[in-house]
Design a protein around this ligand. Structure first.
Ligand SMILES: Nc1ncnc2c1ncn2[C@@H]1O[C@H](COP(=O)(O)OP(=O)(O)O)[C@@H](O)[C@H]1O
Ligand SMILES: [Mg+2]
Length: 263
């Protein structure tokens, strides 16, 4: 199972949209996908209009079994969802004397019957985000075409230094996903070139970007993925392309790297 946290400290950059639509794109090509939502706003549940009985809170804090907490949200996609109680989970973890950063990794031990796991994060540096990064080790950073989104991405990177120091976990930015791309705008050109300056020479994959497409907002409103709402849209084509690029990159990284993550 290849695990990826979708993170950026800035809100509104397309984390949740990318999580659900990358998951849908992976599922379409036959991958078994698990989505975990660590955002107390419960964005994925709201987006899909699902009210789960057991959520991440029950899974992490009350020790309710994974199979009870997971919900099948689409064909080939299961999810452990969040609601307001996730905030209480965050607080409960904070007061734990030991192992609070490892709670998700510990609870997920032995669960590997998915090809890919995507973890959506809140736009803040939370303990749950740290849990997500320690669990997945790999991160995809959606970056919208404004400079604050680059700053938000850098903040995520800063926290990695601490994880390395205290937990000997070396998180890795697997990919950067440009979002809200509009080739006609100078700001798009500027942000894309900054992305290239920062990550161009690294082992990070700069993914093909997601263009601005209001179909994504409409899909949200109708509680659908972009592939259900408008499969012929720009956004559907872009998410399909980005998902394939990610898969190609993961398989090119080789089996050793892949296996080292399944611990
Ligand atoms: N490429 C895009 N084009 C147009 N709107 C988008 C795009 N990506 C996301 N959105 C919209 O922007 C809003 C914020 O996206 P969201 O995924 O919730 O961000 P985050 O999870 O980072 O806070 C949503 O209304 C979503 O539909
Ligand atoms: Mg979100």
């Amino acid at each position: 199972m290849f695990k990826i946290t979708v993170a950026n400290q800035k809100g509104g950059v397309g984390k949740t949209t990318s999580t659900i639509n990358l998951a849908a794109a992976f599922a379409q090509i036959g991958k078994k996908v698990l989505v975990i939502d660590t955002d107390p706003q419960g964005s994925i549940a709201t987006l899909l209009n699902i009210k789960p009985k057991d959520t991440l809170y029950n899974f992490l804090i009350e020790g309710v079994k994974f199979d009870t907490c997971k919900v099948q949200i689409r064909e080939n996609i299961d999810a452990v969802l969040s609601d307001k109680k996730t905030e209480i989970a965050e607080m409960a973890l904070v007061t734990q004397p030991m192992g609070r950063e490892l709670a998700l990794a510990n609870r997920m031990e032995g669960i590997d019957n998915y090809d890919i796991c995507l973890v959506d994060c809140p736009p803040s540096l939370s303990l749950l985000q740290t849990n997500a990064v320690i669990y997945t080790r790999y991160i995809v950073l959606p970056i919208s075409m404004d400079s604050l989104a680059i700053a938000g991405a850098s903040h995520v990177q800063d926290t990695f230094k601490l994880l390395k120091k205290y937990f000997r976990v070396v998180p890795s930015i697997l990919g950067v996903l440009p979002t809200f791309v509009d080739a006609r705008l100078i700001i798009t050109e500027q942000v894309l070139s900054t992305i290239n300056e920062i990550w161009g020479d690294s082992t990070t994959l700069i993914l093909p970007g997601i263009r601005i497409d209001t179909n994504l907002q409409k899909a949200n409103r109708y509680h659908k993925t972009i592939f259900e709402y408008e499969p012929k849209s720009r956004a559907a084509a872009d998410y399909k392309k980005a998902a394939q690029a990610l898969l190609d990159f993961i398989s090119a990284k080789g089996k050793d790297e892949f296996l080292s993550q399944t611990n």
